[in-house]
Design a protein around this ligand. Structure first.
Ligand code: MN
Length: 572
């Protein structure tokens, strides 16, 4: 049965409730006023579902309030369709609501007009371009469009099958990656799951069904994990909140596609998130976890010291429980968690935060760069593909001297490029001219780099090349060559050093803090227990020492000077 206006009113009240804490009375009144204007102008308009049109805009406003957007954005969310769909003009909007809101609504309207032009076209490059240009002037336009799209995805079943498919594909192509790029994980997950539900209903039902079936077992395992960890942390007086965590369906689907394994094999179905009070506690919790369970080699990631481009911060580690089940744990502070869920939207909530503002300003530079892209691109399609490569894809294109594009995964080096062109070119690679500048073979390529490989008849692969090669193809060729030329296959000096000490939690934190910030050392494992002879253990890997042995040794020596208790045991 179609919903009525009372429902709309109810959702508005909830929205205002969400905003109350962070808004002044005048701001809340503005939201109320925007609601009344939307109600008046959309009048008896109905959506395909039969629901009043007003329901759509009110739901959009609610989503915006949920992700932490400011009141202006929420009010603009209520008004986002009035100019496009009703008699109200831009000027009237400015008179009633002020320039800020009118500006936002104008931005959204322009995008929606471009969407209409794109209708029936094979791609969505005009929409994408409008969207990015509007966002480069005010990123909040993007938030409104994301909320708008999410609500449209929630009600997609009312459209005809062909239109559904197109909207779902467009969501995966543009909106979900944008949500990810802006760090708004909440929106991204739901959009992806809903898109999958419409594109591959059987697959979606299958994964959802299996997740449901295995839920009781998974919950039991997670509860046991949480209980044990909580007990231990209580002993140490570290306050945390722990949640069990399940993956969203689309991310399982993507892993299934990539690995072609049965769903039971997808490793990180079991997970927990630990929320701490302070950043230092994150490392303490990490140490405690590693002292209880065995960490999976190579799974530790420190996104606190090295945030992701979308500002995501967290520690990640995977451990094995007694039964050998793999457990994925994320450790972060409350604020990091808020940022991880709401990303850009949180910018407006945390405005004036001294620590965060410069970070976010820096982060938004990519949006401002969009304007330059627009000047360079000759067509909508050219613009869309250029920006998409820069923004979302894990693939980059480098260009040969003849102008042929070569696609490589992000992080690829000159060496990967050379092997991608031809194995012989890779085997003789000595470096490259990148955009005219000579660079070593270790040089990391960026999208659009023009690369001319430099060869040298005396050049040949070395074991260290394996560290500079990112692609499977290059690594395979290097290994193959080294096997055939054993005289060159000297083992790389990857020294594992075990740092052990007896000390309290503070010493442990201080030591960990030092090690994490030393670029020469790579932390692979750390643990802290209260009792025992060496209750502080850190394993670090010292990168290939054939180049600068003195620096790494000096770095360890200095560490030992500052922490007299510390012993370094070298393990090869
Ligand atoms: Mn809309």
């Amino acid at each position: 049965m179609p919903l009525n206006l009372a429902t709309c009113r109810h959702i508005l009240e909830e929205t205002i409730g969400l905003l109350r804490k962070r808004s002044s009375m005048e701001e809340l009144e503005l939201v109320e006023k925007a609601y009344l204007a939307a109600a008046r102008h959309h009048g008896a308009q109905r959506r395909v579902s039969g629901d009043p049109f007003l329901l759509h805009v009110v739901e959009v406003a609610h989503i915006l309030a949920e992700i932490g957007a400011d009141t202006e954005t929420v009010a603009a969310g209520l008004l986002h369709d009035v100019v496009e769909d009703t008699e109200l003009t831009d000027d009237e909007l400015t008179d009633c609501f002020g320039g800020g809101i009118a500006h936002l609504v104008r931005g959204v309207t322009e995008v929606e007009l471009a969407e209409r032009d794109d209708d029936g076209e094979p791609d969505n490059s005009a929409t994408f371009k409008r969207l990015m240009l509007a966002a480069s002037h005010d990123p909040r336009v993007l938030l409104i469009k994301l909320a708008d799209r999410l609500h449209n995805m929630r009600t997609l079943q009312y459209l005809e099958p062909e239109k559904r498919r197109r909207k779902a594909l467009e969501t995966l192509d543009i909106y979900a990656p944008l949500a990810h790029r802006l760090g708004v994980a909440r929106l991204r997950w739901e959009m992806e799951d809903r898109a999958l539900m419409f594109l591959h209903p059987e697959v979606y039902a299958d994964i959802a069904g299996q997740l449901r079936q295995s839920r009781p077992q998974r919950e039991a395992v997670v509860n046991a994990f949480v209980e044990r960890l909580e007990g231990k942390l209580n002993e140490l007086g570290i306050e945390v909140t722990i949640f069990g965590r399940s993956k969203h369906i689309y991310s399982i689907y993507r892993k299934l596609m990539k690995s072609r394994q049965p769903i039971e094999e997808i490793k990180d179905l079991l997970g927990a998130r630990v929320i701490t009070r302070r950043t230092a506690d994150c490392y303490s919790v990490l140490g405690v976890i590693h002292s209880i369970w065995r960490p999976v080699a190579g799974s530790f990631r420190d996104y606190i010291a090295n945030p992701k481009p979308n500002l995501y911060q967290s520690l990640h580690t995977s451990v094995l429980d007694e039964q050998g089940r793999r457990f994925e744990v994320q450790i972060r502070t409350e604020r990091m968690n808020f940022l991880a869920e709401y990303g850009l939207a949180a910018h407006f909530t945390y405005k004036g935060d001294e620590e965060l503002d410069p970070l976010l300003d820096n982060e938004l530079i990519w949006l401002r760069r969009i304007v330059d892209w627009e000047k360079q691109a000759s067509s909508d399609r050219g613009f869309a593909s250029a920006v998409k490569v820069d923004l979302f894809s894990e693939q980059i294109f480098a260009i040969t001297p003849k102008g042929d594009p070569v696609d490589l995964p992000r992080g690829s080096t000159v060496l990967d490029f050379a092997f991608r062109i031809h194995t012989d070119l890779g085997l003789r690679c000595a470096g490259a001219r990148v955009n005219g500048q000579v660079q070593p073979l270790t040089y990391r390529l960026s999208a659009g780099d023009r690369v001319e490989v430099i060869t040298n008849s005396s050049a040949h692969p070395r074991p260290s090349w394996l560290r500079y090669a990112h692609t499977a193809q290059a690594r395979h060729a290097i290994r193959h060559w080294l096997r055939e030329h054993p005289e060159h296959a000297v083992k790389p000096n990857r020294t594992l050093v075990r740092l052990a000490a007896k000390g309290d939690l503070e010493t442990y934190r201080a030591l960990l803090d030092r090690v994490v910030h030393l670029p020469e050392l790579e932390l692979t494992k750390c643990s802290y227990t209260r009792f025992g002879h060496s209750n502080i253990i850190l394993n670090v890997r010292v990168p290939d020492t054939d180049k600068r042995p003195a620096e790494e040794a000096a770095c360890l020596e200095e560490l030992c000077r500052d922490f007299p208790e510390l012993t370094c045991e070298v393990r090869r």
